[in-house]
Design a protein around this ligand. Structure first.
Ligand SMILES: [Zn+2]
Length: 339
């Protein structure tokens, strides 16, 4: 039996898996997202569909017989630091007596743009744990909402990400999630910079509509999506911690795209949504990782490049260390797709 046939045996699990309640739901937030608070599923911290699959003989083999996998991802919303945060960094350097660092910061403050192209620093952190990741880049143009950089300007940085063996995917803008043509055009624009096929996708703000976004992604020629998680709550949106082919309840057909469900976005744990302090954040993330590991699933993490500093970077490294200690295979979306 394939995955869908197993899940169909239990109507409650099947409804959770297909996200039946999201079809035609009148409750959407200001970004047209179905929020967790509107869901009847109160067991979002349990990967119930994956547990059900395991109980019925479903299993995935990972390289080196790893017990579970981790899919690491970064959304690149911005490659420039704001002046106030740069000013703060300068003050911190001065306070700690790091004069040369302070001087460096001041010199950079004078220039109009504050580059935050910390991609190689991120890759160095990941390399320590034998991990790889996907960087999702935007290809917005001036005038589009949240335009913040021109993708062609980053060709050297993107080239070095790809040369080191990391993946570059598309981070679709605000309106792309319902527009296959926009997705395809932006994919092609990014491919002119990457000089190779772009396989993976995540929408900005995790904007997503079941099942329309999956259908658009399939039409636009993507192989996988990694947008499917709630912005307002971490966990297992459809009870899955395994990649899956979505099922369209309107057409009664499987959709030809692989979904690598997202469990944790850095910002979800913070001030805007779950409001966890650092200690609770760490305990909570460990609990989710343990549950994914128990199911031999894939723990998908979204950590913005702008959160790679101070306590946030420490937390990211702690997660990598913890998963490494548990024997996880830590990789990018493209490698998960090839399983
Ligand atoms: Zn974004």
């Amino acid at each position: 039996m394939n995955m869908h046939e197993i899940l169909r045996q239990n109507p409650e699990i099947w409804d959770t898996f297909t996200r039946k309640e999201e079809y035609n739901s009148p409750i959407r937030d200001q970004y047209d997202r179905f929020p967790h608070y509107a869901s009847r599923n109160r067991d979002i911290f349990e990967p119930k569909a994956s547990q059900y699959l395991n109980e019925h003989g479903y299993s995935v083999k990972y390289p080196h017989d790893a017990p579970f996998a981790v899919c690491l991802t970064h959304d690149i919303d911005s490659v420039y630091q704001s002046i106030p945060s740069k000013g703060l960094a300068t003050l911190c350097s001065l306070k700690q007596g790091k004069l040369s660092e302070a001087f460096h910061s001041i010199t950079r403050m004078r220039s109009k743009k504050m580059p935050l192209c910390n991609f190689s620093a991120i890759m160095e952190v990941e390399e320590k744990y034998d991990a790889k990741s996907t960087f999702f880049f935007m290809t917005e143009s001036p005038g589009e909402l949240d335009y913040s950089y021109t993708i062609e300007d980053l060709e050297p940085e993107i080239g070095s990400i790809i040369d080191r063996g990391w993946e570059v995917g598309l981070h679709g803008g605000h309106t792309a999630y319902l527009n296959a043509q926009e997705m395809r055009e932006k994919k092609e624009r990014l491919e002119k910079v990457t000089h190779k096929s772009v396989l993976g996708y995540r929408n900005h703000f995790l904007r997503f509509k079941v099942p329309d976004t999956w259908e658009c992604l399939s039409k636009a020629g993507f192989q996988y999506d990694a947008s499917f998680g709630y912005a307002d709550c971490a966990g297992f949106r459809n009870g899955m911690c395994h990649p899956f082919r979505p099922f369209n309840l309107n057409t009664n057909h499987e959709i030809s795209i692989l979904e690598i469900p997202l469990m944790v976005m850095d910002g979800t744990l913070d001030h805007t949504y779950m409001r966890l302090d650092n200690k609770r954040k760490w305990e909570f993330v460990k609990m989710l990782i343990d549950r994914v590991a128990a199911c031999h699933g894939v723990f998908t993490l979204l950590w913005h490049n702008t959160d790679m500093n101070g306590k946030n970077q420490e937390m990211y490294e702690n997660i990598l260390q913890y998963c490494n200690d548990k024997g996880a295979w830590m990789t990018d979306g493209c490698n998960i797709c090839r399983l």
